[in-house]
Design a binder for this molecule. Sequence first.
Ligand code: HEC
Ligand code: HEC
Length: 184
Amino acid sequence: MKKQPLIIGWIVATVVLACVTRVYADEHGKYGEHERSHSVLPVNKSDLYQSECGSCHFAYQPGLLPARSWQKMMSGLDDHFGDNAELSVKSKTEISAYLQQGAADEQYARRSDKFMRGISSGDVPLRISELPYMQRKHDEIPTRFISGNPQVGSLANCVACHTQAARGNFDEDSVRIPNYGRWD
Ligand code: HEC
Ligand code: HEC
């Protein structure tokens, strides 16, 4: 066999392999499963984040707000929506890094991209419940099922209705509104 075709063959094979690997990495990469299943990255139950930021309310996933929002929130924990949620410097550093890394504009998940929709670049929203995407998705739910519902209270109480919220799954087919039931 001549040498030249063999070398060309090897080059072609290498290029093809590189492309296939690239596509595979994009689809199944770091956040692969969550990208596909349309979820945001869940919070690890054993995390410092879960214990510190999930004690008063649902431990909101980092992928629900942009990095700049988490940064602002973490720098004002002494007056956190009227509560004092201040942390030790060590915990604050660790949690801030975790939030930044998984923020909606940093992670590769289709759902996070949607949470970013409609937020103008100069905005630094602190409430997930008031994001344009959230408002749009929930505007058909009568207030009696939210604020008028003792088992819900507000739209910020994701877990009250989204049965799979802790797993980062907010699909509408897993919604059960307390005192109402399945949403169709
Ligand atoms: C001492 C209790 C407490 C702790 C600890 C706490 N929070 Fe909160 N958090 C609150 C209260 C109170 C609100 C406002 C609730 C409301 O008005 O609906 C809130 C609201 C929020 C909201 C906005 C919810 C929405 O979409 O309207 C986010 C996001 C949030 N907290 C993140 C965090 C993070 C991150 C941490 C950890 C660094 C944390 N919280 C720790 C009490 C706490
Ligand atoms: C009162 C119950 C309730 C609460 C509280 C609530 N949701 Fe929902 N959510 C719903 C319902 C019902 C739908 C489906 C709405 C529709 O399709 O008209 C929905 C839809 C969604 C969707 C779109 C799902 C899809 O398949 O397109 C997302 C994302 C979502 N919610 C996220 C959240 C997050 C994040 C929170 C908390 C910050 C939250 N929701 C709080 C009831 C709730």
